[in-house]
Design a binder for this molecule. Structure first.
Ligand SMILES: Cc1ncc(COP(=O)(O)O)c(C=O)c1O
Length: 962
């Protein structure tokens, strides 16, 4: 017996869902003799890559983990006192293991299907309650991308809602005491939409200036000063100026809230509520405001409603508005947010409760007080008068301090004006502070005896202290022991359907395997506990990871360079369009501002174009869903003089590889425009074709789709952009690259995220995926994604109409099922979506890009058995539709209209439906042995919008509202 010693357990075989026999069976069904024949029939020959990808050979899981451990060790774990919006924190272990490291939480999708998402909806409601309570505001959303983005959103929201008296006003004041990364990003976002940003001292600003409509303040300020803005806000209001405050959530446990000072919006980051710094992210930002602005609030709001039985049920509120991404009327483009991180922050507040949070805040403040009380003994001058956790010190010893501190593994904040900032956090102990003081003492030459107090008296003025209660709801006052918390988390987890239950065939969202090995490194301290502004010399691991991933993605896309700054696909679109804008400006073509966008595009495309200051011109699609080339040519010609770009998704959101794509790109280029490719469908390109080879100049990738970053229940995401050579100088810059925004010339790009590398810690996931798959594995993934989609198409062919296909009748990696004909029998696509829940499946993408349809994307990771289970389900549902159509089933009282069925409903003694309980909940035999129970019946969306409640209220109080 010969034994092959190289026969290792290949990761690719675990990622792809099938063996050779299954593969052959599927090819037989689709009528192709081989996988390559199917690909030849599907992808136009003109766009095929001519040679295989050049990537390192694939690693086994074990070899990968060993290798990345070495990389991780190149990140040096210094104690960070840098602050400035990022703080060390302690993720409670019960949360680390049961949320952050738990696929049941991290593989869920955005909670559009509320009936199978009540767990994360409840945690998001807790998050909104946490934010409204601490900020003292009336309403908050279920997270934004980062603090700087949230501040920019406040600027644009104020612009949209400003009072009539300020109709012409377009100046936004930003306090110079805001975090530099916030000032940087606000500059970027203001310019294209015609807002003028003035940065200065808030005590000096002329509030009578007619052009001023809004202001942004920082609380506590970047230098640590706790300033009572009550008078400033009152004076601003008198002058019809709206005021936003960027606030530190932890400090609000001790300090008077911005809401009590009269702020109109409060933004910030919830990072220090248990979410590691991760070299910049991901973290959940928050946005709280007055209830009167609820329809203008960016991002998603979770609201309380009722289900078909009148029970309390949660859902995404005011959804029909998707107000902020309403195509060319957009005010924002937030689609993917930071749900997983908001869930963690909410969990942190639930676990610690108001007393626990206050104790943490007190300890952090106390350590700061101890530091100040002691350091003055060594003749340092503390410039901050009223502080919570941060102080700024005037000293000529800055460089010496830096040298000495780094010797002891300590990072401080070194400011451009020579001052030094020290920020305390939850992870610091009494002895850490003593060590820090010793460094300051040594540098100053202090040789006396340091007097250390065991107890300190807070120096905060009484008038700054918080008097109002917070987190009074029972949810924040119940689960403080680990057992209670564990069980609460389990109760919520059990309500949500995720990839741990079944395939999620969401078209355009690529819900593929998020392998465990890919997820392991990101919570290692060497990746998790690194401040985004840590000195370059300490982040060799991140540098290597980013450089290698950059090179691999360039190879995959055919581009010259990537920027990892954008922290979602839509932010990538914005960054890409800003690069195009800057490129045109650098050539004196500032007037080029028309973006051509096909009707089939995702809503974020036109929204991003509007934010980049472009004028959206929509081009038509033909009967088959292809871009109407004649219309596109005509419009490109019509707008030739002002053409900035085309935004095109490839393959299109209709699931077809447009044959004409190369010609389309040439038309745009011939009129002086650039081609922006939306890379959301990159899962249908990798290894077979590429954005650059097709003719695109810039493209974003959704790493949270194609490259395995899990969706986290609605975020995090990462949306890096790749650009051709000529656009490289226009990639996003960042204040930490030493280019101050006010010094950027026309034609230079600013920051699009708070952190220089966006959500850096989760880049480890995509890095892992590519490292373990290798070139062949990645290419096979694309081929199998196409096979799986065509297999489903063939299996469902006799039962459903597929809306669009390519020349040979093949679909790309996804397809659209037309459900509009069922409407005559009273059955909507939504009824199918809800009925799928009774069968244990999440619905495909509903009514996008065509109303009344379902878009199915199976991905490469599903086995034939799972695909068959899904197809059998769809066929069984089709049979149920027929029963309604031919009068066998009641037109109203049927399994589709009443779906989903909860355990409560079917166990009711008074069951009086026109069909059996068995048909309701066990329509296929296997469900008897593996049943997922939706926790609420169909949610009443209209009720929730009419009675908008976006924070936790006791269930009894809710009954009164009813
Ligand atoms: C085609 C397309 N473009 C852009 C986006 C936006 O990406 P993100 O949600 O990461 O902002 C999506 C998201 O689903 C999409 O499907």
């Amino acid at each position: 017996m010969k034994i092959n010693l190289q026969n290792q357990d290949l990761f690719e075989n675990r990622h792809h869902g099938k063996d050779d026999e299954e593969l052959q069976g599927m090819l037989d069904v689709v009528g192709a003799s081989s996988l390559d024949e199917l690909i030849d029939q599907t992808l136009p020959a003109t766009i095929r890559l001519q040679k295989p990808l050049n990537l390192p050979s694939p690693k086994t899981e074990q070899a990968f983990l060993k290798g990345i451990k070495k990389i991780a060790r190149k990140n040096l774990l210094f104690k960070s006192y840098i602050g400035g919006g990022y703080y060390d924190t302690i993720t409670p272990n019960v949360i680390l293991r049961n949320i952050l490291e738990n696929p049941a939480w991290y593989t869920a999708y955005t909670p559009y299907q509320a009936e199978i998402a009540q767990g994360r909806l409840e945690m998001l409601l807790n998050f909104q309650t946490l934010v409204t309570d601490l900020t003292g505001m009336e309403i908050a959303n279920g997270s934004l991308l980062d603090e700087a983005t949230a501040a920019a959103e406040a600027m644009t929201m104020f612009y949209a809602v400003k009072p009539a008296a300020k109709k012409q006003a377009n100046t936004f004041f930003v306090s110079e005491l805001c975090h530099p990364q916030t000032i940087d990003l606000v500059h970027t976002r203001a310019t294209p939409v015609g807002i003028k940003v003035v940065v200065g001292d808030h005590t000096q600003v002329d509030l009578q200036d007619e052009s001023l409509y809004g202001a942004l303040l920082q609380y506590p300020a970047n230098n640590g000063e706790v300033i009572d803005y009550t008078d400033f806000i009152a004076q601003a209001h008198e002058a019809n100026i709206l005021v936003a405050t960027a606030a530190d959530l932890l400090s609000l446990a001790l300090l008077k809230s911005p809401g009590e000072m009269g702020a109109d919006a409060v933004v910030g980051s919830s990072q220090r509520f248990g979410v590691p710094m991760g070299y910049g992210g991901p973290h959940a930002a928050f946005f709280a405001t007055r209830a009167e602005y609820k329809r203008s609030l960016p991002g998603r709001i979770i609201g309380v409603s009722v289900d078909a039985e009148g029970n309390r049920a949660l859902r995404m509120a005011l959804q029909t508005r998707e107000q902020h991404i309403r195509r060319e009327k957009a005010t924002s483009n937030i689609c993917t947010a930071q749900v997983l991180l908001a869930v963690i922050a909410a969990g942190y507040a639930v676990y610690h409760g108001p007393e626990g949070i206050k104790n943490i805040a007190l300890r952090v403040h106390g350590l700061t007080q101890l530091f100040v009380n002691t350091i003055t003994q060594f003749h340092y001058k503390v410039l901050t008068d009223q502080y919570f956790d941060t102080v700024t010190i005037e000293t000529p010893l800055g460089p010496k301090l830096k040298e000495q501190a780094e010797k002891w593994g300590v990072n401080l904040g070194y400011n451009k004006n020579g001052t030094v900032t020290v920020a305390m956090d939850e992870a610091k102990t009494f002895s850490d502070v003593i060590d820090l003081l010793n460094i300051f003492a040594e540098v100053s030459g202090f040789s006396g005896e340091m007097v250390i107090e065991e107890e300190v008296e807070s120096g905060l003025a009484e008038s700054l202290l918080r008097q109002s209660p917070y987190l009074t709801h029972p949810v924040f006052n119940t689960h403080h022991t680990e057992h209670e918390m564990l069980r609460y988390l389990k109760v919520l987890e059990n309500k949500d359907l995720s990839l741990v239950h079944s395939m999620i065939s969401l078209g355009s969202c690529t819900m593929k395997l998020n392998a465990t090995a890919e997820m392991i490194p990101l919570t290692w301290p060497e990746f998790a506990n690194i401040h985004p502004f840590a000195p370059t010399a300490q982040v060799g691991g991140y540098a290597q990871l980013i450089i290698e991933l950059n090179a691999w993605l360039c190879e995959i896309t055919g581009f010259a360079a990537m920027s990892f700054q954008p922290n979602s696909g839509a932010q990538g679109e914005y960054a890409g369009l800003m690069a195009i804008r800057a490129y045109h400006a650098s050539r004196g073509d500032q007037h080029r501002n028309v973006a051509l966008i096909p009707a089939s595009a995702h809503g974020t495309n036109p929204a991003s174009a509007v934010m980049a200051g472009m004028k959206v011109v929509v081009t038509k699609c033909d009967q088959k869903g292809n871009i109407d080339v004649a219309d596109l040519k005509a419009k490109a010609e019509l707008h030739a003089n002002n053409l900035a770009c085309l935004m095109v998704t490839y393959p299109s959101t209709h699931g077809v590889y447009e044959e004409s794509i190369i010609e389309i790109c040439e038309v745009i280029h011939s009129h002086g425009g650039q081609v922006y490719m939306d890379g959301a469908n990159m899962n249908a390109q990798v290894g077979l074709t590429s954005p650059a080879s097709i003719g695109a100049d810039v493209c974003h990738l959704n790493l949270h789709k194609t490259f395995c970053i899990p969706h986290g229940g609605g975020g995090p995401g990462v949306g890096p952009i790749g650009v051709a050579e000529h656009l490289v100088p226009f990639l996003p810059s960042h204040v930490s690259y030493n280019k101050l925004p006010e010094h950027l010339e026309d034609g230079q790009a600013g920051a699009v995220s708070a952190a220089p590398y966006g959500s850096a810690s989760i880049l480890t996931i995509s890095y892992a995926y590519i490292a373990m798959m290798g070139a062949e594995g990645l290419t096979n993934a694309t081929k199998l994604a196409i096979l799986n989609a065509n297999y489903i198409k063939e299996r469902l062919r006799e039962h459903y109409d597929v809306l669009y296909t390519g020349t040979n009748g093949r679909c790309a990696h996804e397809m659209i099922l037309d459900c509009r004909a069922f409407k005559a029998a009273g059955i909507e696509a939504e009824d199918l979506a809800k009925r799928l829940m009774d069968y244990g499946f999440h619905a495909p993408t509903l009514s996008f890009p065509v109303a009344g349809t379902l878009m199915i994307e199976p991905t490469e990771s599903e086995s034939k058995a799972e695909l068959d289970r899904f197809c059998d389900t769809m066929i069984a549902i089709r049979q149920e539709i027929s029963e309604v159509q031919n009068g066998e089933a009641d037109p109203k009282d049927n399994v589709l209209k009443n779906a989903p069925h909860t355990m409560r409903v079917v166990m009711d003694e008074a069951w009086a439906r026109s069909y059996s309980r068995e048909k309701a909940v066990f329509p296929l035999p296997h469900l008897r042995f593996n049943k997922f129970w939706p926790s609420v019946s169909r949610v009443d969306s209209a009720y929730g919008d009419r009675n908008l409640i976006c924070a936790c209220i006791p269930v009894e109080a809710y009954a009164e509202v009813e």
